[in-house]
Design a binder for this molecule. Structure first.
Ligand SMILES: [Zn+2]
Ligand SMILES: [Zn+2]
Length: 255
């Protein structure tokens, strides 16, 4: 059985109750952090996971809300962890290497950081029955989502993306889809530039209503500047009934 713990569910602008999007994926003692904003160490403490045990991090693109916590995490782990594997794209690898230099944290005799370019092979991680692969998104150059397969189950995390059927791999059974659901259709209409990089709740709901291969949706990456926005998003997703798991920060799911 796998476990997902959502550490954050907001877009680039956090709210009182929601920090930038990131989550943990745990399967048979393998622990992954997916995206890295905020104080990851404090979030791990809150969900009772020892930060020294976190050795695998996936960073889906270089927008600050997905990467800015990495330097603080490396600093915290410096003397307590021997190895950190970072799975990401070439641009993020460059940024993290630069940051560790600037902050004088590139000391291999303490923490060794190993970088993996997720686009180099079809799967970027494989151990026993767990396989992870990168899916190209419609967001920025080389941004990607993640497909997790294990025990005949599939989870797809879209990360940030304009609605893109390609990532949903038509015909493939998806047990859990963790998808960009930045705002409602009325918010997108007010700021149409959002369509180029993100997904609105109405488009997501319409597509999922037709697609029977996707079992559960976990919408994520909410932009809640307008007080009524959360309710508007919920209203647009309501046609999906119990197919939707509307998350809070620190929600835990067993799959
Ligand atoms: Zn984002
Ligand atoms: Zn982004």
């Amino acid at each position: 059985m796998a476990k997902i713990i959502l550490l954050g569910t907001s877009s680039s602008i956090p709210t009182k109750k929601r920090d930038n999007t990131s989550f943990l994926f745990i399967y048979k003692n393998q622990l992954f952090l997916i995206d890295c904003p905020g104080s990851i160490v404090q979030k791990l403490l809150k969900v009772k996971i020892d930060f020294r045990k976190l050795q695998n991090i996936i960073i889906t693109h270089e927008h600050p809300d997905h990467i800015y916590g990495i330097i603080s995490l490396i600093h915290s782990q410096m003397y307590f962890n021997k190895l950190l594997n970072i799975f990401t794209n070439k641009t993020c690898i460059k940024i993290i290497k630069k940051l560790t230099k600037i902050f004088d944290l590139d000391k291999p005799n303490f923490l060794k950081i190993k970088f993996f370019d997720v686009f180099e092979n079809e799967t970027f991680y494989k151990y026993n029955d767990l396989e992870l692969s990168a899916l190209k998104t419609k967001h920025i150059k080389n941004s990607f989502g993640v497909k997790f397969t294990f025990a005949k189950k599939t989870i797809i995390y879209s990360s940030d993306t304009a609605f893109n059927e390609g990532i949903l791999q038509e015909g493939v059974k998806i047990d859990y889809l963790i998808h960009d659901c930045t705002a409602s259709s009325s918010y997108f209409k007010k700021y149409p530039q959002l369509y180029k990089m993100h997904t609105c709740s109405k488009d997501l709901a319409n597509y999922l209503q037709k697609n029977k291969n996707i079992k559960k949706l976990i919408p994520i990456h909410f932009l809640l500047l307008d007080k009524k926005e959360e309710q508007r998003i919920k209203n647009e997703l309501a046609i999906l009934g119990n197919k939707v798991i509307f998350p809070k920060d620190f929600s835990k799911l067993r799959l």
